[in-house]
Design a protein around this ligand. Structure first.
Ligand code: FES
Ligand code: FES
Length: 172
C-alpha cells in the first residue's frame, strides 16, 4: 500500500491506496464521488471527468497513488459553483440530457470551456466538447445548453461588474 495525502472537494484526506487503484475507483469508493461515471475506462468517453489541480482530467486513466499533494474537485464539491449552477439550469431548460449518464462529465467540461473561452463560436464549442461522448442526445441540446449558460453567465458578469464571472471563480 502507498501512503498519500490530498485534498478532495476542499477536505484534506490522508490514507493509503493499492498502487493499482485508479483515481476514479478511489474517489467513488473513498470520497463517495458517485458523479464520476465510468463508461469506457480507457480515457475516451469523458464520463469520469474531474478537476485536478485546476485542470480537467479523466480519472479512469490516472492512478490514485500519483495524486499525492493534489487538489481534486468533483461535481459533488462544485454544487454551489455559479457556473455549474447555471449549467445545471441550462441543461434542464435546453434538454441537454436524456439518460444523464454523460451529464456530470459534460458539466465539468462545459464549465472549463466557459472559463477559458467565455461564449465560444459553435464550431469551437463542438470541438472542445468532442472529448465527451453522449449516446442519447445527438449533442444539439447540449450545445444549446452550454451556449445558453455562457450567455447567462456573461449577463451576470455585466450586471455584477465581473463579480460572478466564471473567470472570477477559483480555478478549482
Ligand atoms: Fe474515463 Fe471513459 S470512463 S474516459
Ligand atoms: Fe445519455 Fe448523454 S444523456 S449518454
Amino acid at each position: 500500500m502507498q501512503a498519500i495525502e490530498l485534498t478532495i472537494n476542499g477536505e484534506r484526506l490522508k490514507t493509503t491506496v493499492d498502487p493499482r487503484t485508479t483515481l476514479a475507483d478511489f474517489l467513488r469508493d473513498q470520497a463517495d464521488a458517485r458523479s464520476i461515471h465510468l463508461g469506457c475506462e480507457h480515457g475516451v468517453c469523458g464520463g469520469c471527468t474531474i478537476v485536478i489541480n485546476g485542470k480537467i482530467a479523466r480519472s479512469c486513466i490516472a492512478l490514485a497513488m500519483a495524486m499525492d499533494g493534489s487538489e481534486i474537485w468533483t461535481l459533488e464539491g462544485l454544487r454551489d459553483d455559479p457556473a455549474i449552477a447555471q449549467l445545471r439550469d441550462s441543461f434542464h431548460q435546453c434538454h441537454g440530457l436524456q439518460c444523464g449518464y454523460c451529464t456530470p462529465g459534460m458539466l465539468i467540461t462545459a464549465r472549463d470551456i466557459i472559463a477559458r473561452y467565455g461564449n465560444p463560436a459553435e464550431g469551437i464549442l463542438r470541438d472542445a466538447l468532442a472529448g465527451n461522448i453522449c449516446r442519447c442526445t445527438g449533442y444539439a441540446g447540449i450545445v444549446d445548453a452550454v451556449q445558453h449558460a455562457a450567455v447567462r453567465l456573461q449577463q451576470h458578469t455585466d450586471d455584477a461588474s465581473g463579480t460572478n464571472s466564471p473567470k472570477a471563480v477559483s480555478p478549482r
